[in-house]
Write a protein that binds this ligand. Structure first.
Ligand SMILES: *Cc1c(COP(=O)(O)O)cnc(C)c1O
Length: 443
């Protein structure tokens, strides 16, 4: 079954132990994997002394995980008020925050500036707004570029920036740099995010080529001093068991070659490289762990689990593949074909469709792989389903609660100003940490 293999970072024995304290479903993160990967990223770009990865907080907004990455030198890429607040609370401020927002409410520019964050403008009209809110523009500013048209990579993957809402046209970015320079901005950055979840290794080098050439022209024609180029996110991970992970060391080397070819001869060998990866930093190192609680035999075979699309939306929203390992059955043949479903009253609430798996018994734990990025953070409350707990598996095997499960009281909390809130929200002041105790049923 080698073709159908992906190794979970936790054993059945360990999950049995964890589940005694924290009932399923829960997210589990692998501290070792996160650290080792962040270290690799640092190495891949070590040739560029000013390099920094700004972790895209929207991919996973847990402050304990953000802190873990911060220990490895990562900053935060934020795009909303609460992401800025999280970053601040985690002790990440100043130029360790990149504020790459769009359709931005003015007060968020204010908050970003108060924290000393680098503001990355999505649009030329935001220059006036930022100036109005702050009184004076910051000395360092960045602009987001959208080249329009189609963006082709050598492996046939392409995307359509011309159809996306982000960034400025080429004409606008030249104009923006001139205006910003006139208004006193001293150091400039360029940012673009053109293709998502790229599996090949040429996306960053190709994008770097585009942005480095633009940087040379911008510096020549506007006199603006380019301080950094931000390659943003988009480096993919292998969701399918047969897929290979992009090698970040080779990607970094690819960017270095383009840097030496385009920037260095122009005397721009001081330019810092930034990235804003989310998926690549966290995706493989988080799993949703859920339990089989129902089986159903109609026109197809269904396994119902105690998690649902409200916990992990990607399969329902994008038809995304997430590999599933039935813990303890890693070596059994996959001779059953199941749809693995959650409980939402939505027929797309399926973690897997027609998936070959070993025979599943009620109570089995399913390890849903690669849920560390755009997993928990895309959760929602449809059907009144509550958010799960998040746990961190430390390198020494200890398990730390890094977010408790949501309780009905949390869910009803915004009714607290109405009489009905008094009926819904328990009067106990200190709720239990695991929550849902009234409704919990042991299998
Ligand atoms: C989503 C996003 C990222 C992270 O993207 P990944 O594909 O998770 O690496 C980075 N920057 C911006 C501005 C984003 O919107």
């Amino acid at each position: 079954m080698a073709e159908n293999r992906k190794i979970p970072f936790v054993t059945l024995e360990k999950v049995n132990e964890i589940a005694k304290t924290y009932p399923t479903p829960f997210y589990l993160y692998d501290a070792r994997g996160i650290r080792e990967n962040a270290e690799k990223v640092r190495k891949a770009f070590a040739w560029n002394p000013g390099f920094r990865e700004y972790f895209a907080v929207k991919a996973n907004a847990n402050p304990f995980l953000i802190e873990l990455l911060h220990e490895s030198g990562c900053g935060c890429d934020c795009s909303s008020m609460t992401e800025l607040m999280l970053s601040e609370a985690t002790g990440i401020t100043g130029e360790e925050i990149m504020f790459s927002s769009n359709d931005t409410p003015p007060e968020e520019f204010k908050k970003a500036a108060d924290l000393g964050a680098i503001i990355n403008l999505d649009d030329i009209t935001h220059i006036d707004i930022v100036e109005r809110v702050l009184g004076k523009l910051p000395e360092t500013m960045s602009c987001r570029f959208n080249p329009g048209g189609f963006y082709n990579l050598s492996n046939g993957i392409m995307d359509n920036p011309g159809d996306s809402k982000y960034g400025m046209t080429e004409e606008q970015i030249f104009e923006a740099f001139r205006i910003l320079k006139e208004k006193g901005v001293k150091t400039f950055g360029i940012h673009a995010f053109l293709v998502s979840n790229t599996v090949g290794e040429d996306y960053y080098p190709t994008l770097a080529g585009t942005l480095f050439e633009l940087a040379v022209r911008l510096q020549k024609e506007t006199g603006a001093e380019i301080g950094f180029i931000n390659l943003s996110g988009g480096v993919g991970i292998p969701y399918q068991p047969e897929a290979e992970s992009p090698d970040i060391l080779r990607i970094g080397e690819g960017v270095r070659k383009v840097y030496e070819k385009i920037l260095v001869p122009e005397g721009m060998g001081q330019v810092r490289i930034f990235t804003e990866m989310g998926r690549f930093m966290m995706g493989p190192y988080g799993a949703l762990i859920t339990r089989a609680i129902n089986e159903k035999h109609i026109y197809k075979e269904y396994i119902g689990v105690d998690a649902c699309a409200a916990n992990l939306m990607r399969p329902a929203m994008y038809g995304a593949y997430h590999h599933i390992t039935v813990l303890g059955k890693e070596d059994l043949p996959c001779e059953k074909i199941y749809d693995v479903t959650g409980s939402l009253c939505e027929n797309n609430d399926k973690f897997a469709v027609d998936r070959k798996l070993p025979e599943i018994q009620m109570g089995d734990y399913l390890f849903i792989h690669d849920a560390g990025a755009h997993g928990f953070s895309m959760g929602y409350n449809y059907n009144g389903r509550l958010w799960s707990a998040e746990l961190l598996l430390e390198e020494d095997g200890a398990v730390k609660l890094i977010r408790r499960a949501e309780t009905p009281d949390d869910y009803f909390a915004t009714f607290d100003i109405f009489p009905i809130g008094k009926k819904l929200i328990s009067r106990k002041k200190s709720g239990s940490l695991t929550g849902g105790t009234d409704a919990e049923v042991c299998l």
